[in-house]
Each structure stands twice: as C-alpha cells, then as structure tokens.
Design a protein around this ligand. Structure first.
Ligand code: NOJ
Ligand code: CA
Length: 522
C-alpha cells in the first residue's frame, strides 16, 4: 500500500444509517455497506469513513456510544464490521471509523455507575459532575443542541453535556479515561482499521475551573471565537499519545480531527508532526459562493498547513450541515454550482471528503414531517431548529418510487421525485453529476501531489495550475466571462457546448468549472 496515502486521499463518508439497508428494516446497516463496496470502487474513492455503528441508544444518531467495542444490533454484528474491513481492503479501499471520546451515552455502564454513586466518588470522577451555583447550573455553558450544558441529578449535583443530556462529557483529566480510549483505539486497530475520525476533537479538555463563557448563542460561535470548553491547549497532549499508538501499527494508520476552531492557524495545531494527520476544513465548507471568499479560504488553508507539513482537506458537506446543492441556491442553480464546486474541490492539493449523496447531487430535504425528525436539536431547541435530518435522508439507489432500492421503507422518508437522482439512472448518463464525480476522481489520480499556483483571472473567476499541464478555471460569477483559453478541455462541469471559444479566448458560462490540459508556461 502506497506511502502517505492520506496526503491525497479521496475519502467517502458513509452515514451508515442512511446508506443501504440489507435486512429491509428501513435502517442502513453494515451488511448494506458491504453490498455496495463495488459502487465505491467504481466511483474511484480511496477510503471510506464510517459514522458510528457502535452499540447506542441512538439519542444522537450513534454519537452516543454505550459500548465502543461492539456493533449495535440495528447495524449488524461485530463480525459484519470485521468482514467489512477485510472486504474493503481486498478492493484496495481503506477504512476509517469514528471514535467518540468527548462523551459517552448516558446508558454507558460507566455513567450508569456514576449516577448510582456518591458525589466525589471515583465513578463520578470519570465524568464532569459539579455542585450548582445560586440554585442553577455550575456555569453558563450552553449545549450545542440548545439549552444549558448541564443537567441536575436527584442528589443535587449537575453533570456536563456539551451536546444532548444523553451524552455526558467524560473527564479527560482522569487517567482511567485516557487508558480506556487507548485500549479502544487498539481494539479497532487490531481489526485492521486504517484510521479514526475523532468526534469533537477540540472538546475533550475544558479550561481550568470551568469559567463562564460570558456570552449567549454559543453554538453559533464555534468557528469564530475561543470558548472555555473548546480548543484548549491540553487536547494536544492527548493527540501526541494517540499518534504514538497509531505509529506503532504498520501501514500508516491516521487520525482525522473534527475540530471546530476559530481559524486555519488554530486548526493546523492539530496537525503538527507528532499529532494528527488531517483535520476537516470547515472554513472551506462555510465559504459562500464567491471567488474572493473561496480564494481567501484556500490561501489561508494552504498556508496554515504548510507550516506543519500536513495536507489540507476539502469538505463541502457532511451529516451535520445543510447539503451544498441547497446551500448554493438550490434547484438547477444549486446543482450547477455543486458541479462546479466538485471540480474545484477535487483539484485542490490535499485530501478531499465526499459525503454520501453529494455525488448524486442530492438536495437538502427541507419538508420532512415533524413526527419523523430524530435529531435531538429539534427537541432541545424547543422545536425552533429542525436540525440535521434533512441531509441524512437515505440514498436513492434504483427504481421509480421510495424507498428507491435503499431497502425497507426509509427511516426518514425520501422525496417522491428522487427517481431521477438514483444511482441506476445516473450511472449510464454521461451528463449526470455521478459521471462527473467518477471522471474527476479518475483524472484526479494523475495530479501532482502538492504544487499549486494561482493564475491571473478576470474578476469572479478563479484559475490555478497544478504541475506542468493541469489548469482549473472556475467562474463563480453570474455572468459569462471571457478570458485567454488555457488549453484544451479535459473535463467541464457544464455541457461543453456552453464553452464558447473564439481565437485564443474562451467564454466561461456562469457557475461553471473547467479542467484544462495546457502548457502552463505558454
Ligand atoms: C459531531 C458529529 O458529527 C455530530 O453528528 C454529533 O452530533 C456531535 N459531534 C456530537 O457527538
Ligand atoms: Ca437494516
């Protein structure tokens, strides 16, 4: 297996619950993923990241883990996970699994024990229990899902949960917690996983004394300011220890940080040579559709990682954010921009993440009936924020009506008009977004690993080259833009009939991207 595979890898995110349902109960499962591995090989990705499939009461879609070493019955059995890892490897696909170290489920045996134990007892010391202040919670921290981050237990103490009350935060000052996670990492590494996506990687260590955040609306401030429970320097010590564990296994096992931090420079701290390999670039995901915004984020991302010799990652969507077809305007415009964004993203230097369904151009489902909403945000926000279910609707694979080959009737209902978006319909259509992703992922393999240089371009257009012959142009403006033609077209996000060439110039239609073969110096 090649050296430093993660520097350029295209990694496909499988949200297991919504990918493919093998036993027909309407919930995606590990046998379903096994059955679709060849689809991922055909798509041309290098690795899959599986969201949590561990034993869980599903208070937060499996990010509330009750047993880190077993598979929840709704997803299959431990032997399915083992078989999935082996079968992926046989096909040359690497496998990254989620690890959720910031909090456990409230049904985890440790928390059950803590609730039954006395204040101050060793069982409580595995979590963050405190006495209240002035009859209320110990401080002003807010849950990311809404409401206070503290819940009171019958003996009067409060426990911290930065997310749902069914997700108590662990106490990472306690060596027992650290040892337990070292052992959990080894459990999965011994089964052959190629790495871990680390949930809330910026959250495990809290500021000494748990000081007030002194502001409200904290969940909205994650990427803009420092909060006393996020991005504390102490987390880095944990990653240095984890890196030693990863490096003690052959074939480059990696750690990927899910870290919401204020800027690219803070993010790069997670990627120092003795820490993690990658971190999700949420600043790129948050960029609005404008050439200047994208250019700024790309520059800041590349500059920050170059200081630590790490690759940048490029992420457009995941299971926590509105799907980017919708974010970029929805409908035909959104899809057109998503196609252009795919060519931009897939040609930047570093590693790229593809969230299941983005290769099908799926939009956010905004009209799910209230009674099916499962994201705890819906309840915790007092039914004001519908949460993240709209990007988690099961994939349409085939057929003309729901569940579109997914399996049983999908746990979140699919829109009736998704028949035109199925894999079956798109795979034989050379104009489909699925075909665009496949071809782009195929061509991407030939790009030089690191070189990247901006080229002069008219306003509203981004242009860069990689190596001697590869040029990418993206017209993010809403008007056609004429510029010198960089070469011959390798791949375009729009129909090639829309690219108007005259002499040495080309007119790029709005919201489109083109990959060119050209002589970079010419
Ligand atoms: C980030 C995960 O991606 C999200 O789905 C989850 O709700 C939170 N972390 C809490 O674990
Ligand atoms: Ca199932």
């Amino acid at each position: 297996m090649s050296n430093e595979w993660w520097r350029t890898a295209a990694i496909y995110q499988v949200y297991v619950r919504s990918f493919a349902d093998a036993n027909g109960d309407g919930i995606g499962d590990l046998p379903g993923v096994r059955a679709k591995l060849d689809y991922l090989v055909d798509l041309g990705v290098d690795a899959v990241w599986l969201t949590p499939f561990y034993t869980s009461p599903m208070a937060d879609g499996g990010y509330d883990v009750a047993d880190y070493r077993d598979v929840d019955p709704i997803f299959g059995e431990l032997s399915d996970a083992e078989a999935l890892i082996d079968e992926a490897h046989e096909r040359g696909l690497r496998v990254i699994v989620d690890v959720v170290p910031n909090h456990t489920s409230s049904k985890h045996p440790w928390f059950v024990e803590a609730l039954a134990a006395e204040p101050g007892s060793p069982a409580r010391e595995r979590y963050i229990f405190r006495d209240g202040r002035d009859g209320g919670p110990p401080n002003d921290w807010e849950s990311i899902f809404g409401g206070p981050a503290w819940t009171q237990v019958p003996d009067g103490q409060w426990y911290l949960h930065l997310f749902d009350s069914a997700q108590p935060d662990l106490n990472w000052q306690n060596p027992e917690v650290r040892e337990e996670f070292d052992s959990i990492l080894r459990f999965w590494l011994d089964r052959g996983v190629d790495g871990f996506r680390i949930d809330v990687a910026h959250g495990m260590v809290k500021a000494d004394g748990l000081p007030d955040a002194a502001c409200t609306g904290q969940a909205k401030l994650l990427t803009t300011r420092q909060l006393p429970y996020f991005d504390q320097d102490g987390v880095h010590e944990i990653y240095r220890e984890w890196r030693r564990i990863l490096d003690s296994y052959p074939d480059e096992r990696i750690g990927v940080a899910e870290a919401w931090v204020p800027n690219a420079e803070r993010l790069a701290r997670y990627l120092r040579p003795d820490e993690l390999h990658q971190a999700f670039n949420f600043h790129f995901l948050e960029a609005d559709w404008s050439a200047s915004t994208f250019r700024k984020v790309i520059d800041e991302s590349l500059e920050a990682v170059s200081g630590v010799n790490a690759p940048s990652t490029w992420v457009l969507s995941n299971h926590d954010v509105q799907r980017h077809v919708t974010r970029y305007g929805g409908g035909e415009l959104g899809l057109r921009r998503a196609r252009a964004a795919a060519l931009l993203t897939l040609s930047l230097p570093g590693s790229v993440y593809v969230y299941q369904g983005e290769e099908l151009g799926l939009p956010e489902v905004t009209d799910l009936p209230e009674e099916v909403l499962a994201d705890p945000t819906w309840k915790r926000s007092g039914h004001t924020d519908r949460g993240r279910d709209g990007c988690r609707v099961p994939l349409p694979w085939s057929g003309t009506e729901p569940p579109f080959g997914f399996g049983g009737p999908a746990w979140l209902p699919q829109p009736a008009d998704w028949g035109s978006l199925t894999v079956e319909v798109q795979q034989d259509d050379p104009e489909s977004i699925l075909s665009l992703y496949r071809e782009a992922l195929r061509q991407r393999r030939d790009l030089p690993a690191e070189e990247f240089t901006w080229r002069d371009a008219p306003e509203g257009v981004l242009a860069f080259h990689r190596g001697e012959t590869f040029v990418c142009t993206v017209n993010l403006s809403s008007s056609p833009v004429t510029m010198d033609r960089p070469g011959s077209v390798r791949l375009a996000s729009c129909p090639s009939s829309e690219l108007d060439s005259a002499g040495d110039t080309v007119t790029l239609p709005p919201n489109s991207a083109v990959w060119w073969s050209g002589d970079v110096d010419g």
